[in-house]
Design a protein around this ligand. Structure first.
Ligand code: FES
Length: 277
C-alpha cells in the first residue's frame, strides 16, 4: 500500500505573469518563496490547493468560492525572485479557475502543498515509455512533462505515445525535447499496435490515460512480459480532489481488489497493479 503524504504547509505565492501555454495546457506562473515547496523527486503528478478568494492581511475576505482548487505541477525553476512554478489551470468555466485566470501579475495567492504521491523514476531503468491519451484529457501531456528532463539527464531514453485526434500541434511539439521519440495514434487500432511494439522495449511506463484503459493496459503488459510487476507501470488517475487530506472522500477510486482508495493522499499516481489485474 502507498504511504499517505504528510500534511503540507501553507504558502503565499505571487502571480508571475499571464497564463502560459505549455504542451497544449494553460499554466499559471507563480513565484513561491525559495525552498518552501519540497523538490524531492519529480514534481509530475503532485498538486497544490489554491484558495480562490481575496485576502486582507492573510485572511480570506470572500467566501463565495468556498473550496480550494487543485492545480497540478507542470514545471519548477529557481529564479532570482524565488521558485517559479507553472501550475496547470484548466481552461474550463469553473468559477475558481476563472477567478485565478483574472489575477494580475504580483497578486498573492494562498496555496497548500505540494500534495500527493507523484511519479517516481527508476534509479537504474534506462527506457521510459510515456503513454498519454489526449482525447481523454488534453492537459495530461503537460502533467507528465516534468519526467522528461530528469530521465534524459541521467542518460535514459524516452518514448512518448500519444493517442490524439488529428495531428500533433507544432506549439505542443516545441515543448518536447528533441531526444524524445514521439509516436502518435490517431485511432484505437494504431494505439493498440503501438503499445504492442513499445512495451517489450520499456523498463518503466508512466501513463496519463483514462480509467477505461487500465485493464487493457494491464493485459497488454501481461501479454508481452508474462506478468504485471509492481513498479513497472504508474498511472496518474483523474479524481475530484477537494480537501486533499483524506477527509471528504470526494476523490475515492476503485482498486483492483474490489476496494476503494483515496486519490488525494494515496495517489494521484498509483502503481497499475493497484488499479487493474
Ligand atoms: S479530496 Fe477529500 S478525501 Fe481526497
Amino acid at each position: 500500500m502507498s504511504t499517505p503524504t504528510p500534511l503540507p504547509i501553507g504558502l503565499t505565492a505571487h502571480i508571475a505573469g499571464p497564463v502560459r501555454w505549455v504542451a497544449g495546457a494553460p499554466c499559471l506562473p507563480l513565484i513561491l518563496p525559495e525552498g518552501s515547496a519540497s523538490r524531492e523527486g519529480p514534481i509530475a503528478g503532485r498538486y497544490f490547493l489554491a484558495r480562490c478568494a481575496e485576502e486582507v492581511d492573510g485572511e480570506r475576505t470572500d467566501w463565495s468560492l468556498y473550496l480550494r482548487r487543485p492545480l497540478y505541477a507542470v514545471q519548477q525553476r529557481t529564479q532570482e525572485t524565488g521558485d517559479e512554478w507553472l501550475l496547470h489551470l484548466p481552461p474550463d468555466e469553473d468559477p475558481g479557475h476563472a477567478w485565478l485566470r483574472r489575477r494580475a501579475e504580483g497578486v498573492a495567492v494562498h496555496l497548500l502543498g505540494p500534495f500527493g504521491n507523484g511519479f517516481a523514476l527508476p534509479d537504474s531503468g534506462r527506457n521510459l515509455l510515456l503513454l498519454v491519451d489526449l482525447t481523454a484529457n488534453p492537459g495530461w501531456l503537460a502533467l507528465l512533462l516534468a519526467l522528461l528532463e530528469p530521465m534524459l539527464d541521467r542518460g535514459g531514453r524516452v518514448t512518448l505515445l500519444l493517442r490524439l485526434d488529428g495531428s500533433l500541434d507544432e506549439a505542443v511539439l516545441s515543448h518536447l525535447p528533441i531526444a524524445v521519440e514521439i509516436h502518435t495514434a490517431p485511432d484505437e487500432a494504431a494505439w493498440t499496435q503501438a503499445l504492442t511494439t513499445a512495451i517489450p522495449w520499456a523498463d518503466q511506463i508512466c501513463a496519463g490515460v483514462g480509467r477505461e484503459r487500465y485493464t487493457a493496459l494491464a493485459q497488454a503488459i501481461q501479454a508481452k512480459r508474462f506478468r504485471l510487476e509492481e513498479g513497472f507501470c504508474q498511472v496518474l488517475v483523474q479524481a475530484d480532489i477537494l480537501c486533499g487530506v483524506g477527509a471528504c472522500l470526494a476523490c475515492v477510486i476503485p482498486t483492483a481488489n474490489g476496494g476503494i482508495t483515496r486519490a488525494c493522499t494515496h495517489g494521484p499516481v498509483f502503481d497499475l497493479t493497484r488499479l487493474a489485474q
